[in-house]
Design a protein around this ligand. Structure first.
Ligand code: CA
Length: 224
């Protein structure tokens, strides 16, 4: 999943980016309101973390514009301490949730995870598909009838995308856009390599190749 982080405080932005990446999200940073608006409209992101105090264009303006033009991606706003009116205005402008600075990274991750689930109409809790259950905290996949299987960071990212969209053909481009942010440099984490490593861990039949179309995670694979 790919998150847009609109934050002008570069120290905080880098810190949050590292935290989010550690939790398995691809992250792009927008340092001002105009850039945030531009990037959000590219359609690559699953959610936005939006600081309201942004240069060039205030976060509230940007958010109002998104909602007025039908851009409905989940938005979590970051507000200044003691600025209770910002929270109210933020919700009126179309925010889905908020955090007051300073906050704990753990709380941001918990809220973001809940927000992403709600946006998909899914109940919070472990992500389960077929006989598989993904543990977000330990980044392990657990079959119904066996011990947990450890995943590398990018295997985890990819598998979460598959589990969020089971039994659907996902194109290579769609997957790559959500796996990698603009700073990514490939290497051993290219898509084919990751898919093959996941097949090695979960069984070959779990991820099917649809030639010329992409890949499909078969939710019923391996069921008795
Ligand atoms: Ca700011």
């Amino acid at each position: 999943m790919r998150i847009l982080l609109a934050e002008d405080d570069s120290t905080l932005a880098r810190l949050l980016r590292d935290t989010l990446r550690g939790a398995g999200y691809a992250v792009d940073i927008a340092p001002d309101g105009i850039e945030a608006d531009f990037l959000a409209r590219e359609g690559l992101f699953d959610a936005v973390i939006l600081d309201l105090g942004l240069p060039r264009r205030p976060g509230l303006d940007v958010l109002r514009d998104w909602r007025a033009t039908g851009l409905d991606l989940p938005v979590l706003i970051l507000t200044a301490r003691d600025a209770w009116h910002e929270k109210i205005e933020g919700f009126r402008a179309g925010a889905d949730d908020y955090l007051t600075k300073p906050f704990h990274a753990e709380e941001l991750l918990a809220r973001l995870s809940a927000l992403l689930r709600r946006a998909r109409g899914q109940a919070p809790g472990p992500l389960s598909v077929g006989r598989w259950r993904l543990d977000e905290a330990s980044q392990e996949i657990r079959p119904a009838d066996g011990p947990p299987v450890a995943l590398t960071h990018f295997e985890y990212r990819l598998l979460r995308l598959f589990l969020l969209h089971p039994d659907r053909v996902l194109s290579r481009a769609w997957l790559e856009e959500r796996l990698y942010d603009e700073s990514h440099e490939g290497g051993s984490n290219v898509l084919e390599v990751l898919v093959n490593r996941l097949r090695g861990k979960l069984g070959r039949e779990t991820i099917q190749t649809r030639r010329g179309q992409g890949y499909l995670f078969a939710s019923g694979a391996g069921q008795p």
